[in-house]
Design a protein around this ligand. Structure first.
Ligand code: SAM
Length: 432
């Protein structure tokens, strides 16, 4: 994981740079910028996104040096396990001890963990997940910006408040509005990664979407993720050529029958084909599912985690189902917070080394302490909504979304303070 502080380039070989953060080495693809040893860069998601001047870099690094190591210390202390982290339940103790040695829980063991009822056992699972997160990913926490460019959608997902039949009031941002919002996030607040999201068949032609991505890429140093639904192989290719390098597309549930029931006219295989094709093209993959979907079992959730891993996800995105009043599932309850935490921590135990694990806005809507709780249960990513306030509440996938009426400045201030209190260093929210 790259930090959002300048790194120094130590070497460049076959399009990849070896970069160093206070001596910690990482590899980053440098297709967007020409580099030589000694240059200073910002890198994101394994890509160099910007080269900066040595003067600017050294000023930032000087300001960051002490803070960088201090935050790491706070996190390492709070993630360490001690003699109180032992369970008298021998099955649980065995699973956790093996997981800490990177022996992935079997499917049966995973199910056993998800079914734990007592608070002490659940806490032990979360603490083990936090320990593994710290061991493999240190204190870094991804902070992507998400810009919801349109809520127009042709699909009729049974849970979604902006589905085609939901009666939602529609919007579509103009190119100028998108550039202005992206510019504010990147130039004013230092975001280095942006997710562009919309419904499917979202009111722009493919050429218009390509132009949006290319225009942002031309103007700003940023890693772009697209999240426009199943855009087609041609669409994936053209959007990659325009400069996007990541895809956010949840498969929602790994249960094909439930998928079909909740997504009329659609099927799981087509969704998975998209994800696999995107990975082959070189996209970074963010995917996952909904927790507590009516009709889904705990076994489905274990399968969801296994599927996410098999899709080479660089980030796991699992959030609770939240009932929306104008959908068919309006009367079903959201899951309990402890079930959400159970999935996040299990995902960390099953994919300790690889995964960034997102604490989603849906979870933040369910619980006001979601970020803190999720980040100490294996999570290491959050998203900040950079959509202009006038559109924010129209992206009404479920009611009362967290941060719906907060300015970007307020959200950034809160996110940074919260991360600091946990000893976490933001990785894609810059220092400007
Ligand atoms: N069109 C894109 C797609 O198909 O992935 C992105 C937009 S879609 C609205 C974004 C995500 O919102 C979905 O992947 C879904 O999991 C989530 N979502 C929609 N309705 C929800 C609800 N009621 N509760 C929780 N999450 C919901």
């Amino acid at each position: 994981m790259c930090y959002t502080i300048p790194a120094i380039v130590e070497g460049v070989h076959k399009g990849k740079a070896t970069i160093s953060y206070f001596g910690e080495r990482k590899e980053a693809i440098c297709e967007f910028v020409h580099l030589s040893p000694g240059d200073y860069v910002y890198a994101q998601g394994g890509y160099v996104v910007e080269k900066i001047s040595p003067v600017q870099a050294q000023k930032t690094l000087k300001a960051w040096k002490d803070v960088f190591f201090e935050l790491r210390k706070i996190d390492a202390v709070s993630a360490a396990l001690d003699s109180s982290d032992i369970s008298s339940n021998r099955i649980l103790q065995g699973i956790l001890e093996r997981a800490r040695k990177n022996i992935i829980p079997s499917k049966e063991e995973a199910l056993y963990l998800l079914n734990l009822e007592d608070a002490q056992s659940r806490l032990l699972v979360r603490r083990s997940a936090n320990y593994l997160r710290q061991q493999y990913h240190n204190n870094s926490c991804c902070v992507h910006g998400i810009l919801e460019i349109s809520n127009i959608c042709a699909r009729d997902c049974g849970y979604c408040g902006i589905s085609s039949s939901s009666g939602a009031v529609r919007y579509r941002m103009s190119l100028d509005e998108i550039i202005a919002a992206a510019g504010e996030a990147i130039n004013k607040f230092g975001f280095k990664s942006l997710v562009l999201q919309s419904g499917e068949e979202c009111g722009y032609s493919l050429d218009e979407l390509v132009n949006i991505v290319a225009s942002i890429k031309k103007k700003f140093p940023v890693l772009i993720f697209i999240s426009f639904g199943e855009i087609g192989i041609k669409g994936l290719k053209q959007l990659y050529a325009a400069g996007s390098r990541g895809l956010l597309l949840r498969f929602e549930t790994s249960n094909p029958a439930l998928y079909k029931k909740l997504h009329p006219g659609c099927n799981l295989d087509s969704r998975l084909d998209h994800l696999r094709a995107a990975y082959e093209m070189g996209y970074l993959i963010i995917t996952g599912g909904l927790i507590g979907l009516p009709g889904a079992t705990k076994e489905d959730l274990v399968n969801d985690i296994i599927l996410t891993s098999s899709l080479h996800a660089e980030m796991f995105s699992f959030g609770p189902f939240l009932p929306h009043p104008s959908t068919l599932l309006a009367a079903f309850p959201a899951p309990a917070e402890q079930d959400v935490l159970g999935v996040l921590s299990l995902a960390r135990l099953m994919c300790a080394e690889k995964a960034k694990i997102l604490v989603t806005t849906a979870y933040e809507t369910l619980s006001s302490s979601a970020r803190q709780n999720g980040l100490i249960a294996g999570g290491n990513s959050i998203m900040v909504n950079v959509t202009p306030l006038k559109y924010r509440s129209l992206y009404n996938i479920y009611p009362h979304r967290a941060h719906e009426d907060e300015t970007l400045a307020q959200q950034v201030r809160q996110a940074l303070a919260m991360l600091k209190s946990l000893g976490r260093g933001p990785t894609d929210l810059g220092s400007n």
